[in-house]
Design a protein around this ligand. Structure first.
Ligand code: FRU
Length: 512
């Protein structure tokens, strides 16, 4: 007979959910200082870009750049997590490991439904990952072509992976920076398309089988000194019409509008060979400092009508020094992108996915003081995990929004009506001056007092994301207050008051 003292722990172990077991196994509480409560972050160690975003058989997969051994960049692997709702994540074991060709940098995943690669079986289409391999030794020994593209496949929904034995599938034609393949199936020309960053250009390749690739064209500006990374190319329907446009998105490693890394995009057309932008101007997906290497999920039902994506919430200027301890790096909230057309102008809007509402709870927070033009709220009960919704349409004479605490940490936003800019000052958020590039004044264009000046601000322990006017403008920044913010002050210039137009929601954590 099995003794009860053995049976009870056994039953408890079996009843524990997979994610509980993962958490216990490494002793991670998700309660550490600065730990995001409703954003994805790895249990331990370093994470950067999202990779291989794909929806398959009811699961959203998110692979990510991961160093399993340290909380700084190096020895890159693909970490892996899955979600059924894009909000709650289950951490899975590391998916791809370095080998003699190199470490595993960014890339994408496709479902090879017709088994064009021959890597599947009669009844199982392969999941194929296409990624860069970076050879550190070759780089150190002074070689210049140390980045090549390889593939791996999985027949069990991404749980285990086999590298293709003929790797690499795309040799380096002579670039120091040659990486981050994003692959998509182009229905009209019945072929796979790869977009890839090669220094200041995005190169486009095509293939019938994911193994043999032909160069087709490139996109970029002659003489652009900036390093491009992590491109994404996808079709999107114009809301309310049958028109389809193509978006080419790219990470720009330095010199984004608020310094360092940022994600820009162009709207245009793609014919299976060449991307042609409608206009020459570059647009920014997000005006904050911390939304980089943004990528979109492939294989969603109704793909051109539903575009979901996510970015790495960090900036290469200071990412390796942010003051977190046993882990480093988190993702933005998942976003939905929508394309609108207004008087022949296309407008791409980015909002937080609607699924996020499951975490929101109504709460009433009344201002403690309400002088003429100034309101002060005690927000200590919100534990710095909340959504602030404000209708600012009568604040056209200017507004300050300040979060602070008794420790002297403060985050200040100033809506300036004289230049129609918003200034974001995180200089006083943290006492520890971990990297001077973090301590800068950011700004972005936004004019208050339009018909609709709606602001939604999502505040988590170490970040805030602002969405204006249902996604016309967005701003994402990391912050590391030494203690949680307990007070919110809204100071309004002029005689009107936004007083009764401020609402809070508390946000549940995703790890409990
Ligand atoms: C962008 C990037 C990619 C590369 C990866 C390395 O953040 O530099 O170009 O694949 O990170 O981790």
């Amino acid at each position: 007979m099995i003794r009860l003292s053995i049976l009870i722990p056994l039953i408890l172990f079996i009843c524990c959910s997979e994610s509980d077991r993962n958490k216990d196994s490494v002793g991670v509480s998700y309660k550490e200082k600065h730990r995001p409560q409703f954003h994805f972050s790895p249990e331990k160690n370093w994470m950067n870009n999202p990779n291989g975003l794909i929806f398959y058989e009811g699961e959203y997969h998110m692979f990510y750049q991961h160093n399993p051994d340290a909380n700084i960049w190096g020895s890159m692997h693909w970490g892996h997590a899955v979600s059924s709702d894009l909000i709650h994540w289950e951490q899975l074991p590391v998916a791809l490991f370095p080998d003699k060709i190199g470490d595993i940098l960014s890339g994408s995943v496709v479902i090879d439904k017709r088994n064009s690669s021959g890597l599947g079986t009669d009844n199982q289409a392969p999941m194929v990952a296409i990624f860069t391999q970076h050879n550190d030794e070759a780089e150190k020994s002074g070689e210049s072509q140390y980045q090549k593209q390889s593939i791996a496949y999985s027949l069990d929904k991404g749980r285990t992976w086999e590298k293709y034995e003929g790797n690499p599938v795309l040799e380096n034609p002579g670039y120091k920076d040659f990486r981050d393949p994003k692959v998509l199936w182009h229905r009209e020309s019945r072929q796979w398309i790869m977009v890839l960053a090669a220094f200041n250009r995005i190169r486009i390749y095509a293939s019938k089988n994911l193994i043999d690739w032909d160069y087709k064209s490139e996109f970029g500006k002659e003489g652009d000194p900036r390093l491009l990374e992590c491109p994404d190319l996808f079709p999107i329907s114009v809301r309310g019409t049958d028109e389809i446009k193509w978006i080419l998105m790219t990470g720009v490693k330095d010199n984004a509008p608020n310094g360092g890394s940022g994600t820009s995009y162009r709207i245009g057309n793609f014919d299976g060979e060449k991307f042609i932008a409608d206009t020459t101007d570059e647009k920014w997906l997000d005006w904050g400092s911390d939304n980089y290497a943004f990528g979109t999920w492939s294989n969603l039902p109704n793909p051109t009508k539903r575009v979901y994506g996510i970015g790495w919430m960090n900036n290469w200027q200071y990412a390796q020094e942010v003051p977190t301890d046993n882990w480093r790096g988190s993702m933005t909230l998942p976003r939905e992108l929508r394309l609108y057309k207004n008087n022949d102008r296309y407008i791409l809007k980015s909002t937080i996915v609607r699924q996020f509402e499951v975490l929101e709870k109504e709460v009433v927070v009344e201002p403690n003081t309400m002088d003429r033009g100034q309101m002060v709220f005690d927000i200590s009960s919100l534990d710095q995990t909340f959504k602030l919704k404000a209708d600012l349409s009568n604040a056209e004479e200017g507004l300050d929004i300040i979060f602070d605490n008794a420790n002297g940490n403060a985050l200040k936003l100033r809506f300036n009506p004289f230049d129609n800019m918003v200034y974001v000052d995180r200089n006083e958020t943290t006492i520890d001056k971990f990297n001077e590039n973090y301590f800068t004044l950011c700004k972005f264009p936004y004019k208050l007092g339009r018909k609709a000046s709606r602001m939604e601000l999502y505040m988590d322990h170490s970040s805030f994301e602002i969405i204006f006017d249902r996604g016309i403008v967005s701003f994402t920044d990391v912050i590391y207050p030494d203690e949680l913010f307990t007070k919110l002050t809204i100071r309004q210039m002029g005689n009107n008051s936004v007083g009764n137009r401020i609402k809070f929601k508390s946000i549940d954590g995703i790890w409990e």
